[in-house]
Design a binder for this molecule. Structure first.
Ligand SMILES: NC(=O)C1=CN([C@@H]2O[C@H](COP(=O)(O)OP(=O)(O)OC[C@H]3O[C@@H](n4cnc5c(N)ncnc54)[C@H](O)[C@@H]3O)[C@@H](O)[C@H]2O)C=CC1
Ligand SMILES: O=C(O)CCC(=O)C(=O)O
Length: 364
């Protein structure tokens, strides 16, 4: 991989490698764009097969956060960290504290949070060394685990997508197939069940499935059968790249709305959904409740204020469908346009401010 070429092509600002021999820390912090503010994005811990794979993941995820934060209306840029290692075997206190010191060294350019493989307890360790961390324990006056809030945002976004597809945002009686019933989807299923939706679930973890079956009357299907269920809504809440050439022909659902990041294998798969008249709620918008929640900590956490912002995901998704129809583009492209326009407007207004400042200085 030619790193500088890649960074130049996709406008990355900074890539930082952090190594600590004592703890075994090998972390890569990618900062994509800080036009809107400091880069905020979680830390993923994963057993990457190669260093190149880890770098690519960090870069790809950081760019995703630029778009997610911009579309969410946050004054934050995009960044992400990957730690190379097995989250079940390789974690230790020194590792997260060493990582905290590296973050502190960036003096606020990057703020971290949880992601796959990291927990609130890990964030608390980072917090021993730096304040540039969110998603720490409620004991510190913070927001804690973001998953239930993410789930509420997905529920709101799913309602907006139902409005678009069915002319009503009521999910009562709607059949929903949920792929993966982990932290986010468990809570999503609770919201859906309370409203009277009929649930079908699949997960590689039988205990997670059993919980949804017992508590919400869900029907279990094999993981390979979740795409082809005769349902109204497909909610991907596990893996990325699950909307692809193999799965699209299987879909009977009229709506795709779920929590998973990077759902489209390639942009053309979003175009295909659009051609088929399947309403797709763009992933980084519908799942932005988590980041809205942790970002609220930066102003002194207020649950009510955070939830109010998360509720707004309904309107943002509805607006994206409007842009999509008006411009004749797929919803994923409309979401990108919304995010890019906001960044461009802010960059312009900042430039004007700087120019004005410079003129007044020159005139003195
Ligand atoms: N937790 C949060 O606040 C946020 C989560 N997301 C995304 O939402 C998704 C879910 O996140 P969490 O619930 O936190 O993760 P999780 O790890 O708690 O849940 C994922 C579930 O998917 C299951 N799974 C894995 N492979 C599967 C397969 N092939 N078929 C069916 N199920 C499978 C796992 O067993 C697990 O139960 C992820 O893509 C994550 O990146 C996005 C934004 C925020
Ligand atoms: O939700 C979080 O914990 C942090 C934000 C983030 O990294 C994400 O939304 O993917």
């Amino acid at each position: 991989m030619e790193i500088f070429k890649y960074m130049e092509t996709y406008d990355y600002e900074q890539l930082i490698f952090c190594q600590d021999k004592t703890s075994g820390l090998k972390a890569i912090i990618a900062i994509h764009d800080t036009t809107l503010g400091p880069a905020l994005g979680g830390t993923r811990m994963w057993n990457y097969a190669t260093e190149e794979e880890a770098i690519e993941d960090a870069l790809r995820l950081a760019k995703g956060m630029t778009y997610k934060n911009a579309a969410a209306g946050l004054n934050l840029g995009g960044g992400k960290t990957v730690i190379i290692g097995d989250p079940l075997k390789d974690k230790n206190e020194e590792m997260f504290r060493a990582f905290g010191r590296f973050i502190q060294g960036l003096n606020g350019r990057y703020i971290t949070a949880e992601d796959v493989g990291t927990t609130v307890a890990d964030m608390d360790l980072i917090h021993e060394e730096t304040n540039y961390v969110t998603g720490i324990s409620p004991a510190f006056g913070s927001s804690g685990n973001p998953s239930p809030v993410t789930a509420y945002g997905v529920y709101m976004g799913m309602k907006a997508a139902a409005m678009e597809a069915f002319g009503s945002d009521s999910l009562a009686g709607k059949k929903v197939a949920v792929q993966g019933v982990g932290n986010v989807a468990y809570k999503l299923c609770e919201f859906l069940h309370e409203e009277g939706a009929i649930l079908t679930v699949a997960d590689i973890n039988q205990a997670s499935v059993d919980r949804a079956v017992n508590e919400f009357g869900a029907t279990q299907v094999d993981v390979s059968e979740i795409y082809s269920q005769d349902v109204d809504i497909f909610a991907p809440c596990a893996l990325g790249a699950i909307i692809n050439d193999e799965t699209i022909p299987q879909l009977k659902a009229k709506v795709v709305a779920g929590a998973a990041n990077n759902q489209l294998k390639e942009p053309r798969h979003g175009d295909k959904l659009n051609e088929l008249g399947i309403v797709y709620a763009p992933d980084y918008v519908i799942n932005s409740g988590g980041v809205m929640n942790v970002a609220d900590e930066l102003n002194g956490y207020n649950r009510e204020r955070a939830m109010k912002r998360v509720e707004g995901i309904y309107d943002t998704i509805a607006r994206i469908f409007e842009i999509s129809k008006k411009e004749g583009i797929a919803s994923y492209a409309a979401a990108d346009r919304l995010a890019e326009d906001r960044i461009a407007r802010m960059a312009k207004s900042r430039r004007q401010f700087l120019q004005n400042g410079k003129h007044s200085l020159t005139n003195r």
